[in-house]
Write a protein that binds this ligand. Structure first.
Ligand SMILES: [Zn+2]
Ligand SMILES: [Zn+2]
Length: 183
């Protein structure tokens, strides 16, 4: 498999990306690199009426920027994301596709009036990143509460689940990776 590519989309908290890279490399057992050349900006996906960015447009932006990339691409941004039918999303991914995106905007406890909790914030970001990348490997939402593929609507939902795949989801990802490596 080609390396997993992490792409900062400005505005972004750049210091959160290296720790995330380490976690993703361990979980997916794929070489994981950080793109430093694209300098992507979330502005084209900004919706002034909602004061948020359309996450689907960011996925398109990523795909247009890396049209021939054969691995998985994860965009990371600190802008608030939405899809038209929902108030907000933590991230979005192309099911069985190439691109995924996550936002750190709603992961920080300070947004909810609590003191900053850096470890929790880092864990939340890792879980959402693994979750969205899981979708790019064809995974749907999982009913297991502890599985990273369990769906999350609130940060409390994120805190309940783990960073890892349950055995069923893990097997599905490993199988998908071996199929992708053969083709
Ligand atoms: Zn999901
Ligand atoms: Zn699962």
């Amino acid at each position: 498999m080609p390396p997993l590519l992490l792409v900062p989309i400005h505005p972004v908290e750049i210091e959160c990306i290296e720790p995330l890279r380490t976690v993703l490399q361990k979980i997916f057992r794929l070489e994981t690199t950080i793109d430093t050349r694209a300098h992507l900006d979330a502005a084209p996906a900004f919706d002034a009426y909602r004061n948020q960015c359309n996450s689907s447009l960011l996925l398109t932006l990523l795909q247009e920027h890396f049209p021939r990339y054969e691995g998985k691409i994860l965009g990371i941004t600190s802008v608030d994301l939405f899809v038209p039918v929902l108030t907000y999303v933590f991230g979005e991914a192309q099911l069985n596709g190439t691109a995924a995106v996550v936002s750190t905007y709603r992961l920080n406890d300070t947004l909810y009036g609590f003191p900053e909790n850096h470890q929790q914030y880092t864990e939340r970001l890792a879980k959402e990143a693994v979750h969205e990348l899981g979708h790019t490997f064809g995974l749907y939402h999982c009913l297991e509460y502890g599985c990273v593929m369990h769906s999350s609507t609130t940060v409390e939902d994120i805190d309940i689940k783990g960073t890892n795949f349950c055995m069923k989801c893990l097997h599905a990802v490993v199988k998908k990776m071996s199929l992708l490596s053969e083709s």
